[in-house]
Design a protein around this ligand. Structure first.
Ligand SMILES: C[S@@+](CC[C@H](N)C(=O)[O-])C[C@H]1O[C@@H](n2cnc3c(N)ncnc32)[C@H](O)[C@@H]1O
Length: 261
């Protein structure tokens, strides 16, 4: 992960089309939990969506009345976002945000914080937030403990993808954003939102192709993983319609009134 952090935007730029076409949106419950833990509604909120990628999180925020600005280091990811998202989008580094102090109600990292510097990123977020502002990070992932076929799929991916990070690894856990927020003096809240994804097998495979651990394989090796998974998952879902247990981990760090964070 340390090496990948340097150039993850290049990895995602290689698979921007697949990402845009097949990654899932976030469930309604995530946005409800975000409002609860941040202590403010999204309507009218000035949000800096850092690591916005193709705009899945940005559009989710826009649809709920927020006023996001998208920030990403990946030019191809951002051009996908710009094609269908009605907001400002900046090619910039989340570790050095090109904004003045105190301009944002929320800084969000959807599926993105683990690619940034854990200390610099949060310090920058704290700097650009209003005194009542909050930082939020969340990750959508398969809930492999809920289905044997999904756990088996993760084990196969772990075996064939050197850069795999996920539930098949012993001791695997969500990125330590809550710790980073706490160390920055923020008041932290965490929750999990469970949901079920209905998805066509072909789209599930396209989604898989957009994950960094597949995107960093040689093209032939990635094709091999895709055709193997197509065959294996096709045995479980012969009509090509999948039901995938999912969960989103959300951590929110609020500035403490009068505090240092
Ligand atoms: C997994 S994608 C998440 C995209 C989107 N937020 C979503 O919910 O689908 C991670 C994104 O973080 C971006 N990224 C990585 N390092 C970054 C950095 N230092 N500053 C800004 N964006 C960065 C990558 O280019 C990529 O688009």
């Amino acid at each position: 992960m340390t090496r990948a952090r340097e150039d993850s935007h290049l990895v995602f730029d290689r698979v921007a089309e697949a990402y845009d076409a097949a990654r899932p949106e976030y469930p309604e419950g995530l946005y409800v939990a975000l409002e609860e833990l941040s202590g403010r509604g999204l309507e009218g909120a000035r949000v800096l969506d850092v690591g916005a990628g193709t705009g899945i999180s940005t559009r989710g925020l826009l649809d709920r009345g927020a006023r996001p600005v998208a920030v990403d280091r990946g030019g191809r990811m951002l051009s996908r976002l710009r094609a269908r998202t009605a907001c400002e989008a900046l090619l910039a580094d989340g570790n050095a945000l090109p904004f003045r102090d105190g301009v944002a109600d929320l800084v969000t990292y959807a599926q993105a914080w683990h690619w940034l510097d854990p200390v610099l990123s949060i310090a920058e977020a704290v700097r650009v937030l209003t005194p009542e502002g909050a930082v939020a990070g969340w990750w959508n992932s398969v809930d492999a403990g809920k289905a044997d076929w999904l756990a088996a799929c993760q084990v196969r991916l772990a075996d064939s993808c050197e850069g795999y990070t996920g539930p098949a690894l012993p001791g695997w856990s969500m990125p330590p954003i809550a710790d980073a927020m706490g160390e920055a003096g923020l008041q932290v809240g965490e929750t999990w939102v469970h949901w079920t994804r209905g998805v066509l097998l072909d789209d599930f495979l396209t989604d898989l192709r957009s994950h960094s651990y597949v995107a960093t394989l040689a093209p032939e090796a990635a094709d091999e993983v895709m055709s193997r998974e197509g065959a294996e998952l096709g045995k479980v879902f012969p009509d090509g319609r999948m039901t995938v247990p999912m969960r989103v981990y959300l951590a929110v760090g609020r500035k403490v009134p009068g505090g240092g964070g």
